[in-house]
Ligand binder design. Structure first.
Ligand code: UDP
Length: 238
């Protein structure tokens, strides 16, 4: 039995972070490997882990509208991009002997399993890391919304949003030296202070379903493990 603070987590990783800030490359495999080791620590501690990964390093639907590709087509391309990233993280995890299943909200049976909620839960119970690919399967949504939605569906304890900043600040910490970090916030405080935690749809979904969100720095080794064992890391909203 795990002694961790959270038993089942939904980890949201941004696609954009995978290229390490270098637009010339799609995926920096050393970043993926680091993420895999972070995940391994918590899996080995008995925590059930589901992952939603974005696709921003490959394709964003809204960014190509001007080029004549319509939004729905672009969003489908973006969703396929998340499957590519999902396959990459799956391989990185398996390299470290972590058992995984990649489930896609758009059927592609030669590549991965179709998304079936009960089956996803069963995988988690068996200790497999479940990677949810292809977003919600619908255009006009984001992978942040996917993270909230899947977390609610699998009854995760929390959404952990791994970013390159170590939490939520009152102003942009990369531009303001005096920016103040919040350790905890209620949903109402986040709204009244106009803090941008996730896009509005994702945020509302989490709030209406009492699903806490933790924003934390995924690039700091050991952070994920500390977080699930109850240490104060990042900012907790909820
Ligand atoms: N997308 C979508 N529906 C979803 C999730 C994602 O249409 O449910 C598309 C959308 O075009 C988005 C792209 O997939 O721009 C990549 O996802 P996102 O921008 O959320 O990735 P991230 O910013 O996390 O890298």
């Amino acid at each position: 039995m795990s002694q961790q603070n959270y038993q089942r987590i939904l980890l949201k990783l941004s696609g954009e972070a995978l290229n390490g800030g270098d637009k010339a490359q799609v995926i920096d495999f050393s970043i993926l490997d680091r993420y895999a080791l972070e995940v391994k620590e918590v899996v080995d501690a008995g925590v059930q882990v589901a992952i939603v990964i974005g696709g921003g390093n490959i394709f964003r639907g809204a960014s190509v509208e001007k080029s004549g590709i319509d939004r729905v087509q672009g969003d489908h391309m973006g969703m396929l991009a998340t499957v590519i990233n999902g396959m990459a993280i799956q391989s990185a995890l398996e390299k470290h002997q972590i058992r995984t299943r990649l489930m896609s909200a758009i059927k592609m049976e030669q590549v991965c399993e179709p998304l079936i909620r009960r089956r996803a839960i069963r995988h988690l119970e068996k200790g497999r890391v479940v990677i949810f690919g292809a977003g919600t399967g619908n255009p006009y949504f984001t992978t942040d919304t996917t993270a909230g939605l899947r977390a609610i569906e699998i009854e995760a304890d929390v959404v952990l949003k791994g970013t390159r900043v170590d939490g939520v600040y009152d102003k942009d910490p990369e531009k303001n030296a005096d920016a103040k970090k919040y350790e905890t916030l209620t949903f109402d405080e986040a709204i009244s202070k106009k803090l941008k935690i996730m896009d509005q749809t994702a945020f509302t979904l989490c709030m209406e379903n009492n699903l806490p969100i933790v924003v934390f720095d995924m690039n700091k080794p050991g952070n994920l493990s500390k977080l699930v064992s109850g240490e104060t890391v990042g900012t907790r909203i909820g």
